[in-house]
Ligand binder design. Sequence first.
Ligand code: KIV
Ligand code: ZN
Length: 391
Amino acid sequence: MSDVDPVIIFDTTLRDGEQALPQSLSMRQKLQIALALEDLGVDVIETGFPISSKGDFESVSTIAGALKRATPCALARCVEKDIRAAGEALAAAKNFRIHTFIATSTIHVKDKLRKPFEEVMEMAVRSVKLARNYTDDVEFSCEDAGRTPIDELCRMVEAAIAAGATTINIPDTVGYTLPVEFGGIITALRNRVPNIDKAVLSVHCHNDLGMATANSLTAVQMGARQIECCMNGLGERAGNTALEEVAAALALRSNYFGGLKTGIKLENIARTSALVSKICHEPVPAHKAIVGSNAFSHSSGIHQDGVLKNRETYEILTPESVGFKGNNMHMTARSGRHMIRSCLQNLGYADNDYDLNDIYARFLKLADRKGQVFDYDLEALVFFTKLDEAD
Ligand code: KIV
Ligand code: ZN
């Protein structure tokens, strides 16, 4: 692994994201999302969990046959029938990845799997070997790695790589870890697992404490080279790492990551986010980073004045760079004269078409009454002021 390798973006909107939706998606809906993710520049698309239903098997197969550049992937427990189903569903593609996983934390091993850790390791090794009969691209995940004792995690990872896993994924399944802690797990794996360089290190962070993006990016700083994520941060419970957040952060703060890049076309983000939101019936929260409707809005008079003078005063990236048409200036009682004049200019009014002091005083009264004032309100103000003057 070299430091100039790109960061692989593995999207699991159609698997981890879809499993958390109140109603499942149809095959056509999944295909539409998969093709949009491919257009966005996603490297690996987790298309589903073929053993879970006939419908899922069919969608995995259809998507695998339709993708041209992105690698299709499917999930399988460390169970023979799961791996065979994944291999068969993905066979429609020339190159594909099987992603097999088993829990490794003490609580999961003891209370969920109810097996000795050694037996869990044997299941993992057997499953990775079986998956390698279908493809050279096998990912192995240690479910609940974030809460797994580090000695056990190192042993499991070493065994999975020796069995043929080419990607090792470290999930913070319950979103429990903090960035320094999660980064420490990646560092420990890199220092202690002798064959670690034979596999790509991946991370899969859940957002239960709102740390998913921070944990994923810290892991990249510590040597992870694949981030698993979902569009709009969909996923189990509080969701997964939001694709748009890690892609934008890696692009904008690239120097913090030794120049590492992703293949994501940032300018496609707004459109892909809207498509996923619409198809999944999951509205994007207004204040959601990068893709929320408020993410590029300016409300305070001081901010609006700054942005009108130089956008970079309050915009770290332009809305256009992630595919939005432009920023939004909310006209409220906090907006200043400069802002109102600029809005009137955009509406085609010259300075001598109105008296700014007069219009501004009327605007403030209206904004106090209404909250937000829109372009048509402003036009009405100018129109009725002129009528008053004519009387
Ligand atoms: O959160 C998790 O651990 C998962 C695995 C299946 C990778 O989704
Ligand atoms: Zn998950």
